[in-house]
Write a protein that binds this ligand. Structure first.
Ligand code: SF4
Length: 399
């Protein structure tokens, strides 16, 4: 364990951009004063974004859940239905998916997160067909979707290699992978919450393969399902090691476990302090990952706002539709003006961004704020039953 005076010197080194070891990161995570961590992380963020450090970004996207049928049965998941549960399971047809894409474009969304269960019949061909159809009708939409788990699953269903699966879905229209399925990468906590998922090493190996084939991704971490602090830092180390080789992770996005409607019992959720410490440690530890994203969906808007002072440079998305973490209890909802105001109240200038973090519009004058109040996040699990759309979107459908 690093002594108190040494902790400060490690923090100072990190704040100046020096690399810290996993052992140092663990000591800081456990023992550094919260505000000192935030201050060091903010110094790193300001240096990395010198010239635009006054800006914090957001994106408008839509999660499109194509099925909840899943053979993987993760214990933390409140979204899936096993294949034999035909009463609970559903799939969405292509016309419905394309209609949701049209609504996304209408509302100024730029990104689609195609997200669903590991359906026993969905191989590479399914994703090729759907991505090609989306790109044909909506070439302006970026398909930032799926993750290593889906790739492993679809390659197995189709009897092809992971390399071939990545190449084929990329050729069909997938632009980049979301960090889906990372959960916790170290073996013990991963087995405890997702025993049927591929190992953490395999998840990283598939992401490394994708990066090598020119398909970048983000990375995520699910906090608060019973993992230790050491396992959280080990998760970061595993990602940083791959990033040293590939440079393909654009962002790191920690988010907190939601406890409702699933099969994990007796878990203590991560506290907001643990979450803010993780945002700060991620900024200090990942000297090789550009963006650290604060999550307001699972932690609440105020904590999302605070994360901007603990090293985050981005507040993620206004999701025109989300049904996965909301099924497990995430209840926070927002619209574009609220996100703009939250960012302004954190003393930053809000900017809508693309998937690759270019600024689309910088909201530097409140008089010019967008007036379209239909851009509202919709995060109710009830939306999924029967494929009901967001009320504002229903209005669009009616027009
Ligand atoms: S988290 Fe994904 S893979 Fe796991 S059970 Fe839920 S839908 Fe299936």
């Amino acid at each position: 364990m690093t002594q108190k005076a040494d902790l400060q010197s490690v923090l100072d080194r990190a704040a100046e951009g020096g690399r810290i070891t996993p052992e140092e990161a663990l000591d800081l995570y456990r023992s550094a004063p919260l505000h000192a961590l935030g201050s060091a992380a903010d110094a790193v963020r300001r240096r990395r974004y010198a010239g635009t450090e006054h800006i914090a970004t957001y994106i408008i996207e839509r999660n499109i859940n194509y099925t909840n049928v899943c053979v993987t049965a993760c214990k933390f998941c409140a979204f899936y239905a096993p294949p034999k549960d035909t009463a609970k399971g559903w799939t969405r047809d292509l016309d419905d998916i394309l209609r949701r894409c049209a609504e996304t474009v209408e509302l100024g969304g730029t990104q689609i997160m195609f997200q669903g269960g590991h359906h026993p019949d969905y191989g590479v061909e399914y994703y090729e067909k759907h991505f090609a159809a989306i790109k044909k009708d909506f070439p302006q939409l970026v398909i930032h979707s799926l993750g290593a788990s889906e790739v492993e699953h679809m390659a197995r269903i189709s009897g092809v290699s992971v390399e071939e699966a990545v190449q084929r879905i990329h050729a069909a229209g997938l632009d980049s992978f979301a960090g889906a399925g990372a959960e916790l990468l170290p073996a013990r906590p991963r087995k405890a919450i997702a025993p049927l998922k591929e190992s953490g090493e395999r998840w990283l190996e598939i992401m490394e393969t994708a990066h090598g084939l020119g398909v970048e991704s983000t990375s995520t971490m699910l906090m608060g399902t019973g993992e230790t602090n050491a396992e959280r830092i080990e998760h970061l180390r595993m990602i940083r090691d791959v990033q040293d080789r590939t440079g393909g992770f654009r962002a790191f996005i920690p988010y907190t476990y939601q406890p409702e409607n699933n099969h994990l019992k007796g878990r203590t959720q991560a506290t907001i302090f643990e979450y803010l410490r993780m945002i700060a440690i991620a900024r200090l530890f990942f000297d090789n990952i550009a963006h650290i994203q604060g999550s307001w969906l699972t932690t609440g808007k105020e904590i999302g706002q605070l994360s901007l002072h603990y090293g985050a440079d981005d507040l993620g998305s206004i999701m025109l539709e989300e049904n996965v973490v909301s099924s497990a209890g995430a209840k926070h909802r927002s619209n574009r003006q609220e996100i703009i105001d939250l960012i302004r109240s954190a003393d930053r200038v809000p900017a809508q961004r693309t998937t690759t973090y270019e600024h689309i519009v910088v909201h530097d004058d409140p008089a010019n704020d967008p007036v379209d109040d239909r851009v509202v996040s919709h995060i109710s699990s009830t939306a999924i039953e029967g494929g009901t759309a967001h009320p504002e979107l229903k209005l669009l459908n009616a027009n």
